[in-house]
Design a binder for this molecule. Structure first.
Ligand SMILES: [Zn+2]
Length: 219
């Protein structure tokens, strides 16, 4: 069995680790993952499901290969040398069970926090008419109506993960590309890390546009 040091040295060469370190730097610089917030994962194996996910409590702008945990389908660390996984690990596991999901990214931005609170009473909100919507997988027109579902924030992650899983299974509205947690942040995903990263950029752009539009004075 590898030592913790050998394990970290080996992971430094994994494309998923290099990609997630880049994502952390970008999202931190953009103000979407500050103060050790956020968590990111990539699917390593499908059967049985294994993911690599950010460890708990690390600055996402300065991640290193030691800052990741390999976990199983239930969010348990895969080996004795693994650090503690992120508190929200189970949400990643639930989302990654879909065979079309290869990476899951979670951000805490100012605009997603503000809008998740503003629209929480109605459970979801709609974004439409923006060219940037075409950056979302499977969307071919700016006329696409993007529904964004909002869940209440909670520390009971197993209960929240169970709710998200049930809603996904039921084909609930507002969960096609991502969802919000109230006063907390965005979860989005993609078939691979590249697509998931693009989805974060598209969502955060649209949230900021919508949020700023609410502040503009009427003509
Ligand atoms: Zn979070």
């Amino acid at each position: 069995m590898m030592t913790a040091v050998e394990m970290t040295a080996d992971r430094a060469h994994w494309p998923s680790v290099k990609g997630l370190i880049d994502v952390g730097r970008l999202f931190h610089d953009r103000g979407w993952s500050v103060g050790t917030s956020s968590n990111y994962s990539v699917v390593l194996d499908r059967d049985p499901l294994r993911l690599i996910i950010t460890a708990s409590g690390l600055d996402k702008g300065r991640l290193t290969p030691a800052g990741f945990v390999v976990i199983d389908a239930d969010g348990r660390p895969a080996g004795p040398h693994e650090p503690k996984p992120s508190a929200e690990t189970l949400l990643h596991c639930v989302l990654a069970r879909d065979p079309g999901v290869g990476a899951v990214l979670h951000t805490h931005s100012v605009w997603n926090t503000l809008l998740s609170d503003r629209y929480y009473p109605q459970g979801a909100f709609r974004l439409t008419g923006y060219e940037m919507l075409k950056g979302l997988a499977g969307v071919a027109s700016h006329e696409y109506r993007l529904n964004v579902k909002i869940y209440e924030n909670t520390q009971d992650i197993p209960a929240l993960a169970g709710q998200v899983r049930a809603d996904l299974a039921a084909g609930a509205e507002g969960l096609r590309h991502g969802f919000l947690l109230r006063r907390h942040g965005l979860y989005t995903w993609g078939r691979d890390l590249e697509e998931a990263r693009r989805h974060v950029e598209i969502f955060e752009f649209l949230f900021e546009v919508h949020g700023r539009q609410l502040l503009l004075p009427p003509l």
